[in-house]
Write a protein that binds this ligand. Sequence first.
Ligand code: SAM
Length: 248
Amino acid sequence: PGILYVVATPIGNLADMVPRAVTVLQKVSLIACEDTRHSARLLQQFSIDTPCVAYHDHSNEQRLEKILARLQEGDDVALISDAGTPLVSDPGFRLVRRAREDGVQVVPVPGACAFVAALSAAGLPSDRFIFEGFLPPKTGARQKHLQSLAAETRTLIFYEAPHRVLDCLQDMAAVWGAEREVVVARELSKTFETIYGAPLVDLIPWMEADSNQQRGEFVLLVKGAEAAESELDAKVTETMRVLLAELP
Ligand code: SAM
């Protein structure tokens, strides 16, 4: 069979296109795009005239089978999404899963990813973190989900749409308290890139005061909860138990 390349593309700044991505997209027989019209501009920019076909995880089975058949015939195929790394809050999971089941080699071509870029510049603990993708769009479900994350001590990372970002921050303050530190990473790699962090009590009025800060694309990064007292107590007790067992 051919190779399925999973190719990252820029998240705004076309200069972030990696040379290997250009080479691979030029040489494959077919590009599976999240949206062919959206990708046309990128492909044109880099003189890539490889045939494209639309693919997303809700595509019908036939579309999926067709791409898999091409791979079985020995054609190399590349998967791209509208921006960043495919499969990260983007289509591709079904295709990659099926390709691997079929014994097709799947090769990633690394590049931009919004949450990794945001984390690298946010100044929040980055040794451990959880990526939560998009929160539920409605307040009730969103607050419930936020509640389930209340004790999470790792840095939390979310994607959010511009028309929901303020509501989302308000729900975070309601559920986790207004002192929680949040970093907003907006329009990364683009002209109006802004990375701003503050406790929610200051962050929300800052964003409300300037409607420009509510436009564009957002990553929200949240400082994890302080380790709960009881959890610490449990650790101390456990340490004491181990130490006592060692005593003569
Ligand atoms: N696959 C992409 C990636 O690797 O990051 C993410 C695709 S997801 C459908 C789109 C979301 O990613 C946006 O709503 C926003 O939350 C985030 N995003 C994408 N580009 C961004 C940028 N330039 N600045 C900030 N956030 C961005």
